[in-house]
Write a protein that binds this ligand. Structure first.
Ligand SMILES: [Ca+2]
Length: 555
């Protein structure tokens, strides 16, 4: 722990910095590679000379255009400012007036800090998606709630615009960019943003939060593991915490469905067929026929039951299709049966009709258009998976028996799988994890494994002090919808926990129809509890349900 002294116009701000030397993290894996991990030269800085008008009696509502533009002349080690502009309130998007300060730290790590004139005294860091590569502009969750909102490009920019965040070519034999993407950029940006915020408002943020989904969920956990001082509250949604495993599980799925860039052996009709058969077999296991499976681990439907009989070619599956579904549920394994990453759960196969790419249809390749998952795993294997990249790598050549361990090196840079949250707990930090049971991209079982690993290491009571896990029935990856209620206010739940000590035991979750109208609410219960029907009232109304231990569910 070091302290950064910020002094201006008589006001002294002490900003604590964690200086976790992650050189030890990578010491075993980067001999001879001249890279920077997460160290940062911290020196006391006196900004009184550069920001003269800021007095000691500032409130949170004094910033102006002139004050904002003055941020351009800030002198902070390792930071360059490229723009500082007061942006007007936008009634259409619900965003308040804010000062937008952007630039680079450590030469290549782009950052953006948006500080609303009317400030809630808190910082909100928005995580990235995919392989990142630009500032994530969808910061409305934070800014619209009057947070000072922060984003980073994670140290690189998208090189292939058509691929956007699916592009990984920036990582071609670029270890520094890989490390920055893996964990360094978020940490350094968080540190810098705290300084910028304190200087702009004249007072530091009272609370800071990290909110990420998918890649951002992994970023959240990596921060919790390595740099727990950075934030007070952490949200990890549908986390790609086992980055290597999640990406290679996509390779496994592409092999299962015999994918080419624009074809495969599974169609939307096949998904409907299997999805309906799954519900027929398993919907009622939880005691309520509602189109949802409360705990899909209890569903033992076998797609082989849909194998075409001789002469029958409709409403059935070919042998290859049966095998494809079985492989997807199984997840990647070696020929000896060693499980490398868990498979998908049953109950998410039917497209929810809210848009292409939702649910399992998101892995299907259509003519002229490879799916996002096809591209992600293809890019991963070309540019990120191996210590030395081969940009011409053919993903079809990947062998799960022998090649998985060849990705261990990069996994150590990219994965957030360390279950040691001892320091996180000691510091009193809070972590809210959510995941959909019907996640088509990242198996929720991997998140459950991680949670179990943490609990085994930390102890049940300590885990309850610090971590809550929510697994939503019928919810797809992140904000992609799903047949189950999938919209809930985790930010407010986490705020209540961090700021008031009210631990989140349940959240009200809502499902929206095609027109955006709510058509079902349900409590989303903290694991291991599940929502139990009270026996009367609408099954579309949350008040008809209570959170209860799974053993209370009578089959
Ligand atoms: Ca059910």
């Amino acid at each position: 722990m070091k302290l950064l002294l910020v002094r201006f116009s008589g006001l002294v701000l002490w900003i604590s910095f964690s200086v976790v030397s992650s050189s030890n993290i990578l010491a075993q894996i980067n001999p001879g590679e001249n890279v920077r991990t997460a160290e940062r030269t911290l020196v006391p800085i006196d900004v009184s000379a550069s920001i003269l008008p800021f007095g000691p009696n500032l409130t949170s509502a004094v910033p102006s255009a002139a004050r904002c533009s003055q941020m351009l002349s800030l002198h902070i080690p390792d930071a360059e400012f490229t723009s500082a502009q007061l942006m007007p309130a936008d009634l259409d998007s619900g965003l308040p007036e804010y000062c937008d300060v952007a630039g680079f730290t450590q030469n290549t790590i782009g950052f953006d800090v948006r500080m609303p004139t009317t400030w809630n005294r808190k910082m909100y860091f928005a995580g990235n998606r995919g392989f990142a590569g630009h500032i994530r502009y969808n910061t409305s969750d934070g800014l619209a709630r009057n947070y000072a909102t922060v984003s980073t490009d994670t140290g690189h920019q998208v090189l292939v615009p058509d691929l956007d965040i699916l592009d990984a070519s920036w990582a071609l034999n670029n270890r520094q960019a890989e490390i920055d993407f893996g964990f360094r950029s978020v940490h350094l940006t968080a540190q810098l943003a705290k300084t910028i915020i304190a200087i702009y408002y004249g007072i530091p943020a009272r609370y800071s939060y990290f909110d990420g989904c998918s890649t951002g969920g992994g970023q959240s956990l990596r921060e919790a593991e390595l740099f727990p001082e950075d934030f007070d509250g952490y949200i990890a949604g549908s986390p790609v915490l086992d980055f290597r495993g999640a990406l290679l599980a996509m390779t496994w799925k592409m092999k299962a469905i015999q994918a080419t860039p624009d074809t495969d052996i599974i169609s939307l009709d096949d998904l409907m067929l299997v999805g309906n058969a799954v519900l027929d077999a398993c919907d009622a296991i939880d005691g309520l026929k509602d189109g949802l499976i409360a705990d899909p681990r209890q569903c033992h439907f076998d797609p082989a039951s849909l194998l075409c009989k001789s002469g029958n070619q409709t409403n059935c599956l070919t042998k290859d299709q049966v095998r494809a579904f079985q492989m997807i549920y199984q997840g990647p394994q070696t020929s000896l049966g060693q499980q490398l990453f868990p498979g998908l759960m049953k109950g998410g196969e039917i497209p929810d009709g809210l848009g292409a790419g939702d649910g399992w249809d998101g892995m299907i390749n259509t003519p002229g258009s490879p799916s996002a998952e096809y591209i992600l795993q293809d890019q991963f294997l070309r540019y990120l998976a191996f210590r030395v990249d081969n940009p011409n790598y053919d993903w079809n050549m990947f062998r799960f028996n022998t090649d998985w361990q060849k990705t261990d090196f990069m996994a150590s840079i990219l994965d957030a799988t360390s279950p040691d949250l001892t320091r996180f707990h000691q510091l009193g930090k809070k972590l809210l994890i959510y995941h959909g049971w019907s996640d088509e991209t990242v198996s929720p079982l991997r998140t459950l494994e991680y949670y179990t690993d943490v609990r085994n290491r930390l102890g049940a009571k300590q885990t309850a002090d610090s971590i809550r896990l929510f697994i939503a029935p019928g919810m797809y990856h992140c904000d992609y919808g799903g047949p189950g209620p999938n919209t809930f206010d985790y930010v407010s739940a986490l705020e209540q926990w961090v700021e008031k000590g009210v631990s989140p035991e349940q959240m009200l979750s809502t499902h929206f129809d095609l027109n955006g109208n709510p058509d079902r609410t349900r409590p989303l219960c903290a694991y291991p509890n599940v929502a139990r029907y009270n026996g009367s009232g609408s099954i579309d109304d949350a008040t008809s349900f209570s959170c209860a231990p799974p053993s209370d569910i009578v089959n």
